[in-house]
Design a protein around this ligand. Structure first.
Ligand code: PGA
Length: 251
C-alpha cells in the first residue's frame, strides 16, 4: 500500500456518459501508477459504469457516502454491502457538505465508519473546522471533537484501514487552500490524537489526507509536509488533466 493517497470526489457532478469519459481519460494516464494510490469517487449512478472502465487497473473506486444499515426500509439510502457489490473499496464519510446540508453528526459518521469497516472496506473520514471556528481559535477543539467522536469504539486494526481527511471548511471549493504550514499543524495534531487513542505506531501508519482547493500547483508543497499523506480533491478532480497532474506531482 502506498503512503500517498489521492482521491477525487466528483460530488454531484457528471452523468453516466461524462463519468465514463472522465474515467477513461484518467485511466489512459494513470492505469499503472504504483507510487500513489489513486481513488475516484463518482456519484452513485455512475459507479457501475466507472467500475467497468477502471477494472484491471490500479485505480480504485470509492463512494461519497453510505447508510449504516445493511438493508431494509430506508427509502433513498444505499448500504455498504451494495457499495461493495458495485466494486467500491473506499467510502467518503462525514464530508463537510454532508455535515452542513444533511445534518450529519459525529455519531452518524461513527456509525457509517463502523459499517464500512465491518464490510472490510476503507472509510475516508472527513474532519475540519469552519472559518468562524478558526477565527475564534477553535480549530483544535473542533478537529478533536470530530476525530475522537467519529472514531469512537474503533479497534486498532480497524483504525489502520481508515483514512482521515483534514478538510478545513473555509478551503473547500473556495480557491483558498490552507497553506502547507496550516495543514501540517493540524495534521500533526491529529496524529497526536491518534497516538493518545491508539498508540504511536498506529498513529504513524494512518494516512491523513488534506482537502480544500487542492490544485496541481499547490499539491507539491502540501505533500512535502511530514504529516500530509495525500489529498482529497473536489473541483480539480472533475478534469482529467488537472487530476492526473496532481497525481504526477506527487511522484
Ligand atoms: P475542493 O473540494 O477541492 O473543490 O475544494 C474538496 C472536497 O470537498 O473534498
Amino acid at each position: 500500500m502506498s503512503r500517498i493517497i489521492i482521491a477525487g470526489n466528483w460530488k454531484m457532478n457528471r452523468n453516466i456518459g461524462e463519468s465514463i469519459d472522465l474515467a477513461n481519460s484518467i485511466k489512459r494516464l494513470l492505469y499503472d501508477v504504483e507510487e500513489v494510490e489513486v481513488v475516484i469517487c463518482p456519484p452513485y449512478t455512475s459507479l457501475s459504469d466507472v467500475r467497468e472502465v477502471i477494472m484491471e487497473t490500479n485505480i480504485k473506486l470509492g463512494a461519497q457516502d453510505c447508510y449504516w444499515e445493511k438493508e431494509g426500509a430506508f427509502t433513498g439510502e444505499v448500504s455498504v454491502p451494495m457499495l461493495k457489490d458495485v466494486g467500491c473499496e473506499y467510502v467518503i464519510i462525514g464530508h463537510s457538505e454532508r455535515r452542513q446540508f444533511f445534518n450529519e453528526t459525529n455519531e452518524i459518521v461513527n456509525k457509517k465508519a463502523k459499517a464500512v469497516l465491518k464490510e472490510g472496506m476503507r472509510p475516508i473520514i472527513c474532519v475540519g473546522e469552519k472559518l468562524e471556528e478558526r477565527k475564534n481559535g477553535k480549530t483544535f477543539d473542533i478537529v478533536k471533537g470530530h476525530v475522537v467522536n467519529s472514531l469512537a469504539g474503533l479497534s486498532r486494526e480497524e483504525m489502520l484501514k481508515a483514512v482521515i481527511a483534514y478538510e478545513p471548511v473555509w478551503a473547500i471549493g473556495t480557491g483558498v487552500n490552507a497553506t502547507e504550514g496550516q495543514a501540517q499543524e493540524v495534521h500533526k495534531y491529529i496524529r497526536g490524537l491518534l497516538e493518545e487513542m491508539f498508540d504511536a505506531d498506529a498513529a504513524r501508519s494512518v494516512r491523513i489526507q488534506y482537502g480544500g482547493s487542492v490544485k496541481p500547483d499547490n499539491i507539491k508543497e502540501l505533500i512535502s509536509q511530514e504529516d500530509v499523506d495525500g489529498a482529497l480533491v473536489g473541483g480539480a478532480s472533475l478534469k482529467a488533466d488537472s487530476f492526473v497532474q496532481i497525481v504526477k506531482n506527487c511522484l
